[in-house]
Unconditional design. Sequence first.
Lengths: 393, 410
Amino acid sequence: MFKHLFKLIWNKRKQNFLFLSEILVSFLVIFAVFSFLTYYYQNYSKPLGFDYKKVWSIYYENGELTKNRDSLAIFYENLNKSLKSMPQIEEVTFSSGNFPYSDSFMSTGLTQNGKKFNMVSHFVVGTDYKKVWNVSLLEGRWFMPEDLVSKNKGIVINETLKKAVFGNTNATGKLIGDYDDKEKMKVLGVVQDVKSNGDFAPAGNAMFVQLDSGYYRDTHNILIKVREGADANFESQLYKFMATSVKNAVEIKHLDQMRDSKNGVTIIPMVIFIIIASFLIINVALGLFGVLWYNINKRKAEIGLRRAIGASGNSVSNQLIMEAMILATISLIVGCFFAVQFPLMSVFNIPASAYFIAILLSVIFIYVLVLLCSLYPGKQAAAIHPAIALHEE
Amino acid sequence: MLKNYFKIAIAVLKRRKFFTFISLFGISFTLTILMVATAFMDKVLSPDYPDYKRNRSLYVTSMEFKNSKEGWMNRSDVSYYFLDHYVSTLKTVQKIGISSSAKASNAYVNNKKLVIEYKYTNADFWNILEYKFLEGKAFQQREIDNAELVAVISEETKKDYFGDEQNVIGKYISADNINYRVIGVVSNVSKTLQNFCADMYIPYTLSKDYKSTNLMGGFGAVLLAKSEADLPKMKREYDLMIKKVPIPKDFDRLYCNADPYFASMTRRIAGDGTNDGLTKAISIISLFVLLFLLLPTINLVNINITRIMERSSEIGVRKAFGASSKTLVYQFIIENLILTFLGALIGLVLSVIVIYLINGANIVSNMRLSMNFTVLCYSLIACVFFGLLSGVYPAWRMSKLNIVKALKAQ
């Protein structure tokens, strides 16, 4: 039976060629949409890893502060104390500019046994950073103030980095080289992954370093966790206090709002993309439907003859649906050949699993689409009455 | 002749309504998206409020230091010192408008938080850019020299900060704990004009870093030439001047370009110090448009072929009576163009609706898209292009039809 169908298709290769290319291109479009959706969904389904709801960030210009290292340390200590003494504030920490949702990136490299790990996000954080964000610890411990004077600089790494460097073994207490392997750093603990670039981006490799007084001159950000009842009134007081303390420009932001805008950067283009793609698909579906319908009308005589010599209505409509499915299969084989190149060459840094799921979903989608488009024309063909069809001849 | 083609085209369209619907749906939707995209590009690229003098302006936005041996790179906005000390001495520059990148500050009014983005500017900034003053006026050199605490605010800020008050000149607005006296209110500027949109504008002498003698800082400039013809001369003089700027230690190259508006944008997105990214940006955009057009085109070709084959008897008869292939191809392309234009008309209505929705939703702050003459022109070109793209192949296939076969089919 398949041999016959192939012969029929081959006889009309010129007409079928356009049909094939249309399915091929639609498959590629669907594949692109599904790749992104799968990738985003995979990231979205992972836990966030921290609490952002009650966290505010305070950015300030530090140009007017003293340049003397010791008096700067005293200034920061006092600032920390006065902030903490406010009843609405639960926790306070200083941080480098690349705190979660901040649109700022700092990365470095690490070396372990001669192997390089690049693009490791580098967070410089105060001792209470963990309390502000409520990050959970998987093994080891978080920083303590005494760590600043230890021989090897202590670092805390995240789960992804731990898996990349140490595999499934324990990382706590092990040494790891910095980007040119000159200095060794000691892993104090491992924290859960933190999706700091929004719900749809992976956590990536990350390491935390404790902020020491040498870094104060480059510090521009305070993160605070507020209690219930911290309202705009309190915020304006806090703002005045900060502006008088640093004698310079200050900006307070709420992390939940920053999260919304960070997610918006992913969601808005995605929604536009999906709308355009679905219009394209509706367009294609209508086109396929029209072409199949027309073809059946043209083959009335052939179908009528088959019916006259005893083929059932079902077998006629099955034949037509099978023809369409075989055409779809041919296109999908070519399409998959192109699609498979993406995971093989790991384009765009999207994990291979996302691509394979996307290929599977797109194949199913195209089959369902072609099936739906050929059902009605097939049914119409089955309804052809042999006498009428042959009479026309 | 054309009239006949038109009549035939309409008759064919009426014959199979379902196919007509599919074709028109595909065409109108494709052109809607192209038109909205064109309206957006037009908003970004053509001279717009308040920056009307783009044809005789160059824009200085960023500076790049490089260490070619070690591969280090440092890129940032330029400093006020650089603009004042080097750029403003150029002879071909008629005026130089300096403004800082926007800085955010918070204000608290009636227990509500306001984010105020402010820019530092010089006096000529107000002479080059044609801001529309709803109240008051801009600050002049005198206020700048005295470092007076005065501010020009946008209409939006006025509404958010002062509510429904009619006249706000002379009132005070507080940002960063400093009270500024409002001396002017200007119409809102679209967020797409990053160099010129802000909620509040204040004299540059109030900034903390304008005295620093670093080359990099937080400023940018628009350079105005005397006339459009002077632009290349100004660019040459500027490039010569850049060669003489001392390069900071640790680096061996310095790039800082004065670009026309479009190039200054593409350089920021796709280029670097040596390459303005123009070719790259244009090729990426055209590739994207072509890929987007691919699917609707194949679909339309498919449908067109089906429709044309339906008319094989008509074609056979016309051929038998001596119509040349060329005439037939010509006829079918015209018919397809008529179809495309019908689709474009529907698309036009749809895109006006979409643009209305986009403006209503205020997706990009203060951006108002519009259907103007330029957008219509580009849409017309897109429409003809699309019509030809989808009409030529079916017409060619049809013209190759064998007379005997065509007639035998009946």
